[in-house]
Unconditional design. Structure first.
Length: 130
């Protein structure tokens, strides 16, 4: 069995009762006719990064530009930020490549620190902008 911890916000910023259903490969949250092609997104990201490197921008400018680019791509498909966008893509991969493996996707509304390992209170920092 595979237990994957995602986030409740992969369903978008809706209110009320939200049905829990798996995200299908290529699914988006907005009403666009465009399908989310994860491989194409990786190519877009690599191309943008190569453009920045060719311009010889500083590391901080590169980071800021890539964060902005990721946010733009996330919003183009209906997700509010890159954190939930990449979680949604992760769920899509699990659904597509999970085969016959029993899968449980847990979507908490918040992730907190660890109880014990690697040490009490540890949390890996996630940088994203809303």
């Amino acid at each position: 069995m595979l237990a994957h911890v995602s986030t409740a916000y992969v369903c978008g910023e809706k209110s009320g009762v939200i049905s829990e259903k798996p995200l299908m490969m290529g699914e988006t949250l907005n009403q666009t006719s465009e399908v989310l092609d994860i491989e194409a997104e990786l190519k877009h990201m690599r191309t943008r990064l190569e453009e920045l490197k060719s311009l010889q921008v500083s590391k901080s400018e590169e980071t800021e530009a890539m964060e902005s680019f990721g946010l733009e791509r996330a919003r183009a498909f209906g997700w509010p930020n890159t954190y939930v966008f990449t979680n949604a893509m992760g769920e899509m991969f699990i659904g597509k490549y999970g085969g016959n493996l029993p899968i449980v996707i847990i979507r908490p509304t918040i992730i907190t620190s660890t109880y014990k390992e690697p040490f009490p209170g540890w949390i890996e920092s996630a940088r994203y902008k809303s």
